[in-house]
Design a protein around this ligand. Structure first.
Ligand SMILES: NC(=O)c1ccc[n+]([C@@H]2O[C@H](COP(=O)([O-])OP(=O)(O)OC[C@H]3O[C@@H](n4cnc5c(N)ncnc54)[C@H](OP(=O)(O)O)[C@@H]3O)[C@@H](O)[C@H]2O)c1
Length: 255
């Protein structure tokens, strides 16, 4: 029975992934802060035949997360852990992100992700088997001026995940980094204006699951936007900024 833990499963991409994997014979552990929304998603997944447990907690609580990962794994070894919970942070009104928002974003999106990933990794290394998906963003390659801490945390996840992948792959643990473009979710909706090549959460979940089944190092989509974001990162900053101004102009026009 595949056993899968997903953080941020009460909404958006995490919920869509939970539904994607929710078939008879799968055991899901859904994690988020909002117990009601989590339970609503759990009901949907149970109706599809999966066995579902929920855990309402904040991924910043390192001890609680560690205890959850260990207890869950002891009850049945985890095959896949999707480290997905995050907030957008930033400032969409054009002002500089506040210190408080930046720290909160870093704490949830990077440290909170490590709180989930590292205990799972230790357990998987000990038995020489398992898979971890780290949810980053194309913002890791094309940093968003309105969300600097978000962009920084997502870039850190790419670096951390890919560095670990090389080290732990030969020991039986597969790590993939996921870098979506625009996805239609509550968080995606916080970005007002033009969202080129936006996909639904269900489409995103299908692409992610396909990439994980193939053990891709980076699961980047949509292809055109991912290729652009990764190429632009190689350009001199002065050239990249011209493109960024053009992009922001389009975004404002379409607000
Ligand atoms: N949407 C996009 O366009 C897009 C693009 C690129 C990457 N991503 C990434 O995809 C992932 C999912 O985003 P989404 O768009 O699906 O966002 P979303 O709909 O806002 O969902 C975020 C999820 O994270 C959970 N969460 C947030 N902070 C948490 C915390 N401290 N502890 C536990 N759970 C927490 C939320 O649950 P509670 O509110 O119940 O805590 C919710 O289930 C994120 O890593 C995001 O950065 C999204």
């Amino acid at each position: 029975m595949p056993r899968i833990l997903i953080t941020g499963a009460s909404s958006g991409i995490g919920a869509a992934l939970a539904r994607h994997y929710a078939v008879a014979g799968t055991s899901l552990v859904l994690v988020g802060r909002n117990a009601d929304r989590l339970e609503a998603e759990a009901q949907v997944c149970r109706a599809r035949g999966a066995a579902v447990e929920t855990a309402a907690l904040d991924t910043r609580d390192r001890d609680a997360v560690r205890a959850l990962v260990h207890a869950t794994d002891a009850a049945g070894p985890l095959d896949l852990v999707v480290v997905n919970a995050a907030v957008n942070g930033g400032n969409q009104r054009g002002e500089v992100e506040t210190e408080e928002t930046a720290f909160e974003t870093g704490d949830i999106n990077y440290t909170g992700s490590l709180n989930v990933m590292l205990p799972a990794l230790s357990l998987m290394l000990a038995r020489g088997r398992g898979q971890i998906a780290l949810m980053s963003s194309l913002a890791a390659y094309a940093p968003l001026p309105d969300a600097p801490a978000y962009s920084g945390a997502k870039a850190a996840l790419v670096a951390h995940g890919l560095a670990l992948r090389q080290k732990v792959g030969p020991r039986g643990v597969r790590i993939s980094v996921v870098t979506p473009g625009y996805v239609k979710t509550p968080m995606g909706g916080e970005l007002k204006g033009w969202r080129p090549l936006e996909v639904s959460a269900e489409q995103a979940a299908a692409v992610i699951a396909r990439g994980l089944a193939k053990n891709r190092d980076v699961i980047a989509f949509p292809f055109a936007l991912a290729a652009l974001a990764r190429t632009v990162l190689l350009l001199p900053e002065s050239v990249r900024r011209v493109g960024l101004y053009a992009f922001r102009f389009q975004r404002r026009k379409r607000r």
